[in-house]
Design a protein around this ligand. Structure first.
Ligand code: SF4
Length: 188
């Protein structure tokens, strides 16, 4: 039988832990019984790819009853060999973080309160503000009369939870508006 790297790590990791604890006189049976009920027991294992950067690390996703219940690095994939950076390691929080904001929140100028708004209201508001700013501030030519179509008054900041394709889309949209000031919190 060919033992894959992942299986080898599971077997040796569990074996070493059991060996050392049992040698110290611990009864491991209750722990083993509990471990058998772990959240991803019986879950379907799906190989996926981290979307956050061009390294393309493989991730093992455990899916149970249609829900993602665990994610971890794939030790069989030669690029990341089971390792994930902080972003990839936090993959589960994309879908399962109870603190995740799931409704648009708006804070009016000079207010100290966030108000819940619906998406239509929020998108209309953003579009209006961006258009007003562009209409007032777009610089079409520079001091030499050369066309620049530059909008200095709008800045965009990407989030680390945007994937490669979302980043490309936002970048293209901002360039089309003339925005030149952009940054992205995606350092690894
Ligand atoms: S963001 Fe991190 S885990 Fe994801 S592909 Fe890049 S290096 Fe790998």
């Amino acid at each position: 039988m060919q033992l894959k790297r992942r299986d080898f790590m599971k077997v040796t990791g569990a074996g070493i832990a059991c060996l050392s604890l049992s040698h110290l006189g611990f009864d491991l049976r209750p722990v083993q019984a509990y471990a058998a009920q772990l959240k991803f027991e019986g879950a379907k294992e799906v190989i996926s790819v981290c979307p956050f950067c061009a390294v393309g690390c493989h991730i093992i996703a455990h899916v149970k009853d249609g829900q993602l219940v665990n994610t971890e690095g794939d030790p069989d994939y030669p690029i990341n060999q089971g390792a994930l950076c902080a972003k990839g390691a936090a993959m589960l929080s994309l879908t399962r973080n109870p603190h995740r904001v799931v409704k648009p929140l708006y804070r009016a100028p000079n207010s100290d309160k966030w108000e819940e708004k619906d998406w239509d209201w929020m998108l209309e508001r953003i579009a209006t503000r961006v258009k007003d700013s562009r209409d007032q501030n777009l610089k079409t030519t520079n001091d030499k009369g050369q066309r620049v179509n530059r909008l200095d008054q709008v800045f965009t900041l990407g989030t680390s939870h945007m994937d490669n394709e979302e980043c490309a889309l936002v970048h293209q949209a901002m360039r089309a508006l003339g925005v030149v000031h952009m940054d992205h919190q995606a350092r690894i």
